[in-house]
Ligand binder design. Structure first.
Ligand SMILES: NC(=O)c1ccc[n+]([C@@H]2O[C@H](COP(=O)([O-])OP(=O)(O)OC[C@H]3O[C@@H](n4cnc5c(N)ncnc54)[C@H](O)[C@@H]3O)[C@@H](O)[C@H]2O)c1
Length: 253
């Protein structure tokens, strides 16, 4: 077991990639705080964990600093430390640039960029206090690096929020490296989750995606979870400020 007795917080762990990440960390012996605003989803994740897993559900809106601080305080109270934070909660919305309003811009940036700032800062303070280093892993997207627009599905605010998270990852990595805390990103391509479900149900969209995937299949949440596991291990201590792209080869060309 690679993460025996490590304590991890995974945000957005009540669905899709976050659920797969939590379950992968459980399999490796981690104690996982399954954090999500969707409490039922979070409970469902825990119900799928291997028997004997130690876990806690925290119902949290990660865009609210007081709720994030309380999530971290509850984790410390229950398990005494935090070794791993996975900033996974994220949302997408499809609106062309010229039609985008301030409310939608703010909502996407609040979840995808401000929340990782709140969570990383609160957790890093505890990691530094404990003095045992730590791992912060941000789920970005290939859309932090390129604009993907199939059938006119524009998402400029998603692009800018994930691009921002890409650079926040590097800045955190630089500031916290002297504390033995690494900060890295995992950038998925298209992964089959409730997030992409509707789009992938449209045959032309699925075909458009598959044509661009050298490995010949759509990504699964387990693909993302395996990348997170690599970065979460002690053995990854020399990797920081990096992005592990998990996209089936989409961005090769
Ligand atoms: N699915 C993909 O193709 C894909 C590709 C690239 C990146 N990603 C990223 O992966 C991450 C997870 O996406 P997914 O596909 O699993 O989506 P999902 O919709 O299945 O799950 C997202 C989870 O985040 C939770 N969440 C949303 N806002 C929250 C908030 N304010 N506070 C707490 N929880 C909140 C939701 O309740 C949900 O459980 C996101 O950051 C997304 O941008 C997904």
């Amino acid at each position: 077991m690679k993460l025996k007795n490590k304590v991890a917080i995974v945000t957005g762990a009540g669905s899709g990639n976050g659920r797969a990440i939590a379950l992968r960390l459980f399999e490796e012996g981690a104690i996982v705080v399954v954090a999500d605003m969707n409490e039922a989803g979070a409970n469902e994740t825990i119900s799928q964990a291997p028997e004997g897993s130690k876990a806690m559900v925290v119902k949290v809106d990660v865009t609210q600093k007081d709720q994030v601080d309380s999530m971290v305080a509850q984790t410390i109270q229950e398990f005494g430390k935090v070794d791993i934070l996975v900033n996974n909660a994220g949302i997408v919305a499809f609106t062309p640039f010229l039609e985008l309003d301030e409310k939608e811009w703010d909502k996407v940036h609040d979840v995808n960029l401000k929340a990782p700032f709140f969570c990383s800062q609160a957790v890093a303070k505890e990691m530094i206090k404990a003095g045992n280093g730590g791992r912060i892993i941000n789920i970005t997207s290939v859309e932090a690096h390129r604009v993907v627009s199939s059938s006119g599905h524009c998402q400029p605010h998603y692009n800018s929020s994930k691009g921002g998270l890409h650079m926040l990852t590097k800045a955190i990595a630089l500031e916290l490296s002297s504390h033995g805390i690494t900060c890295n990103a995992v950038a998925p391509g298209v992964v089959q989750t409730p997030f992409t479900e509707k789009g992938l149900e449209i045959p032309e969209v699925k075909e458009w995606v598959l044509e661009r995937l050298p490995v010949g299949r759509i990504g699964q949440p387990q693909d993302v979870a395996n990348a997170v596991l690599f970065l979460a291990q002690d053995e990854a201590s020399y990797v920081t400020g990096s992005t592990l792209v998990v996209d089936g080869g989409w961005t090769i060309h």
